[in-house]
Design a protein around this ligand. Structure first.
Ligand code: AMP
Ligand code: MG
Length: 511
């Protein structure tokens, strides 16, 4: 970490301080992006740039495209590819940034540190058989969904820019190439620790653990048992994160350990998608044939990934192996309760429950079971739930804003007996907490988005941008996803589930 505040570069306002590049050999390889022939303008995230303290106005689009494809380097950046390993669908592999280059770390005006990474800038020493490149469609998917996740209030890496390389990439078909600029709290992964563990490099493990604690959990970095402190902190962040995914119906799609950021941010948007009809078995990814990373499996697989993290940390948990194993097990055993706490808080919020009762989990699970059996739309079911009567006359309920009033009066309640029975018990539960309807609806509207990036809308937007160079649908969807909890603004066509009978779109890794 920095000893003094680095200078601001005069062109953009980047303040580079590249602490990861200062870590020892073995953590990374120095590599420059590969120049492309005709860089082109794609997308630039102005609000994000502003929050980072970056001045983009001084640049014309042509310059932009050169910098954000990696053709030109920002002064002060020190491009590296990071080394890591990872369990991919259960098997450990030696990986590393095969198609990503970390330009460096930027300190924003409040002093927060951000990785600035190009995704798709050409070959690195870790490219193995790949081409180091990315296709436009998948980079637009990452941009759209990461920004949607951010607007939903879920920790995530961000997308600053997409630039076009002007060169084709060859997948099953020939596709336009692009480079995404990703902003992240860091790119330290569970797989980063697995690499050093697999190499038996205890010194490197100690180094990366100390570095990670200082960077992400500074209040725990002075503890006498840094390995345990780190393990606990990461388990807590991951349990909170996966509960948030479960709140909004997000399916990550490739929860390999190299795609688990220890910062607790959602990272690596490959075949990810949001669920329409509620079904825990929902899978979108074309390569996830066993449903390993299905919606409902995400807590379990996160727990599995954390077990791999704990294993990697064993050499630094204690000098005695048996004690180290005990420490790891005790920490890992805390995951279910931690996840349950976050999940309950999220789902209580979705049902407007501001107090706690023992029966709440059952009430939530019964609604989910009904939704599953009727293939109810996940997002719309929660958003249109409305208690019938909390013992208060509606005209005396204060502070219903226009959005809440329109929900209160326009949306209908399903009429099947199972649902009605559940609805009666939910209303009774709400009445017992004794809070005004306006407060209940406010809470529900903060936890239940009105719009999510539905896969059919995402796919249509990506296809017309990347295949027909028509960006209107992409920009309309991106704009609508900026305020996901507000009813006004988002057109029905983007909010509604796909028409009944529409086959579920498959998603692809894009590699
Ligand atoms: P992912 O499934 O995107 O998380 O990628 C898994 C691993 O494959 C990472 O080490 C990537 O850097 C690498 N990889 C993915 N796509 C490519 C590519 N086109 N060229 C080189 N390496 C790649
Ligand atoms: Mg990855």
């Amino acid at each position: 970490m920095p000893s003094e505040i680095p200078p601001v570069d005069p062109g953009f306002g980047w303040r580079w301080d590249n602490s990861y590049a200062r870590l020892p050999e073995g953590f990374h390889s120095r590599v420059d992006p590969t120049a492309v022939s005709t860089p082109g303008w794609g997308l630039f995230n102005r609000p994000l740039a502003e929050s980072l303290g970056i001045q983009a106005e001084s640049l014309d689009r042509h310059d932009h495209a050169h910098y954000f494809t990696g053709n030109r380097l920002f002064e002060g950046s020190e491009p590296i590819a990071q080394a890591y390993a990872g369990h991919q669908f259960g098997n450990l592999a030696r990986l590393g940034d095969g198609r990503a280059i970390l330009l460096g770390e930027h300190l924003d005006p409040s002093g927060r540190r951000w990785d600035v990474q190009l995704k798709g800038p050409g070959l690195t020493p870790y490219s193995r058989g790949g081409d180091g490149r990315a296709a436009l469609g998948p980079m637009l998917r990452e941009y759209l969904i990461s920004e949607a996740m951010h607007a939903l209030g879920i920790p995530t890496t961000r997308s600053l820019a997409v630039a076009l390389t002007g060169e084709p990439v060859f997948r099953e078909t020939t596709l336009p190439g692009a480079v995404l600029t990703r902003i992240a709290a860091s790119h330290i992964r569970v797989g980063t620790f697995e690499l050093f563990s697999a190499l038996g490099d205890v010194q490197a493990l100690k180094t990366v653990a100390a570095y990670t604690l200082l960077r992400h959990f500074p209040d725990r970095s002075g503890e006498p048992k840094p390995g345990k402190a780190l393990l606990e902190a990461v388990i807590e962040r991951q349990s909170a994160l996966v509960a948030q995914w479960m709140r909004v119906g997000f399916v990550h799609g490739v929860l390999n350990t190299d795609n688990v950021a220890v910062s607790g941010e959602t990272i690596d948007y490959g075949p990810c998608a949001f669920m329409d009809a509620y079904d825990p078995a929902t899978v979108f990814s074309s390569i996830d044939r066993q449903g390993r990373y299905a919606f409902g499996n995400q807590p379990k697989i996160t727990s599995w990934n954390l077990a791999r993290f704990a294993e990697a940390l064993l050499p630094i948990l204690d000098d005695h192996e048996s004690t180290a194993i005990e420490v790891a097990q005790t920490c890992l055993e805390s995951f279910p309760a931690r996840f349950r706490r976050h999940w309950l808080a999220a789902y209580r919020g979705k049902l407007g429950l501001l107090t706690e009762e023992d029966g709440d989990a059952t009430l939530i699970e019964e609604l989910l079971a009904w939704m599953h059996s009727t293939q109810a739309d996940f997002t719309q079911t929660f958003r249109t739930l409305r208690p019938t009567d909390l013992g208060q006359s509606e005209s005396t309920v204060p502070n219903l804003n226009a959005d809440q009033q329109s929900v209160a009066h326009s949306e209908s309640t399903p009429s099947d007996p199972k649902f009605l029975d559940w609805h009666r018990r939910w209303t009774e539960r709400l009445a017992r907490q004794g809070l005004p309807l306006a407060r209940v609806l406010e809470c529900m509207h903060q936890h239940n988005p009105v719009i999510i990036p539905r896969n059919h809308a995402v796919q249509a937007a990506l296809d017309s941008a990347s295949q027909s160079n028509d960006w209107s649908a992409f920009h309309a969807l991106l704009a609508a996803l900026q305020s996901p909890y507000q009813k006004a603004g988002a057109p029905d066509s983007l909010r509604n589930p796909p028409p009944p009978g529409t086959p579920r779109c498959r998603t692809f890794c894009g590699t």
